[in-house]
Ligand binder design. Structure first.
Ligand SMILES: *Cc1c(COP(=O)(O)O)cnc(C)c1O
Length: 383
């Protein structure tokens, strides 16, 4: 049964049948009235998920393209940029800004911990010329969630724009783009948004538009000012991936039908059950629970277990795919995603398979000890 796969990695994630079916509809012209109406509807629904009154742009790229659009439109070569590194994705964000010639002050936080807001406050106070602050909401590589609300308060008093990577949390966690004063919020299609890879989403605040209007550096494909002109007519500058737009409307409908509050609650519950299960197996989580992600769980591998071997066993024997560690965490952690089209049964199944694989890889996990903890969390919740 090689075709049955339990995709428990932090992207791409499983696509609901409803979304897959929507994507199989016949292609229509990307300049047709019908497609313009679809862009209009999708934009309004995306704004609800982003919790913003600002426009949200849909770009034909992976999540990184959205991050690149943000950096390319708000920075000129030589501009000061503060980049907050809490993991692999934060590291990439700084790299990206350096590629565009920005003068990047990269602040390192120990991977597995969150951003220390006092450090950011001091940095901004010391340098009024900082043009942008780059932060990661849900650092997928460590399963750490950063306090974007707190960050927004600090950056709002400064000329800098706050750019936030919410690629692996939008659609799974409560993200109040406007209330938290985030200037550019970026997400992508293949994580909690329940779509195949291929789309990035970018919201832009008034403060960010002012910076973009004064920016002299130019880029072609990711020119957001051009995208704004097009969106005013429910259009996009270049050919939109029509099928992905069909899917996007369907996934947004699913999120709004379930109700955003319920979606967030479901993710919180799955995360809680997964963490309880891991602890029940005597394993340790990477981040402290107070800033742990709702969409992905990072587990410290027992010394006796080879992570590659564990992942291989899970995949080959049980067809359950989990992720390893990235960068300096390679070989040290493994990660279980529970985002998007994820349910209680997915968690139970994954933990059950994990218990067997751990035993097969040299760690004496008590069979059922993790599953039981997850079950208890679920039963308690449904009382
Ligand atoms: C997945 C991810 C990205 C990158 O997304 P791509 O779609 O691979 O370009 C960026 N940031 C975070 C936090 C992610 O989880």
């Amino acid at each position: 049964m090689k075709d049955k796969l339990y995709l428990m990695i932090p992207g791409p994630t499983p696509v609901p049948p409803r979304v897959a079916a929507a994507m199989s509809k016949p292609i229509i012209g990307h300049r047709s009235g019908e497609f313009a109406a679809l862009i209009g509807r999708v934009t309004e629904k995306l704004k609800k998920v982003f919790q913003t009154e600002n426009d949200v742009f849909v770009l034909a790229s992976s999540g990184t393209g959205g991050l690149e659009a943000a950096v390319a439109n708000v920075t000129n070569p030589g501009d000061k940029v503060l980049s907050l590194n809490t993991g692999k994705f934060g590291e990439r964000f700084g790299e990206l800004a350096r590629k565009y010639g920005a003068d990047v002050d990269e602040v390192m936080f120990t991977w597995g911990t969150d951003v220390d807001l006092r450090v950011v406050e001091e940095k901004l106070k010391a340098d009024p010329n900082i043009k942008a602050v780059l932060a990661t909401h849900n650092e997928t590589s460590t399963a750490v969630v950063n306090d974007i609300k707190g960050l927004g308060k600090i950056v709002a008093d400064h000329q800098a724009v706050l750019v936030v990577d919410a690629v692996s949390s939008m659609g799974g966690m409560d993200i109040k783009t406007d209330e938290w004063q985030v200037d550019i919020m970026v997400s992508g299609s293949q994580k909690a948004m329940m779509l195949p890879p291929g789309l990035a989403f970018v919201s832009v605040s008034e403060k960010a538009w002012k910076v973009m209007e004064e920016n002299t550096a130019s880029n072609y494909y990711f020119d957001l000012k051009k995208a704004r002109k097009s969106l005013a007519k429910n259009n996009t500058p270049y050919t939109s991936p029509v099928s992905l737009f069909y899917g996007l409307e369907e996934s947004l409908d699913m999120l709004l039908e379930e109700g955003l509050e319920n979606v967030f609650k479901r993710h919180r519950l799955l995360a809680r059950a997964t963490r309880a299960a891991i602890k029940g197996l005597g394993l340790e989580l990477l981040p402290a629970e107070e800033y742990s992600s709702d969409t992905v769980t990072a587990v410290q591998s027992p010394m006796t277990v080879n992570v590659d071997n564990l992942r291989k066993t899970l995949l080959e024997k049980y067809r359950v795919m989990v992720a390893g560690g990235q960068g300096e965490l390679k070989g040290k952690i493994f990660r279980i995603a529970h985002m998007g089209y994820a349910s209680k049964a997915d968690v139970i199944l994954t933990i059950g398979a994990l218990e067997m694989a751990l035993n097969e890889c040299g760690y004496k996990a008590e069979l059922g000890a993790g599953v039981r903890e997850a079950q208890l969390v679920f039963l308690e919740e449904s009382e």
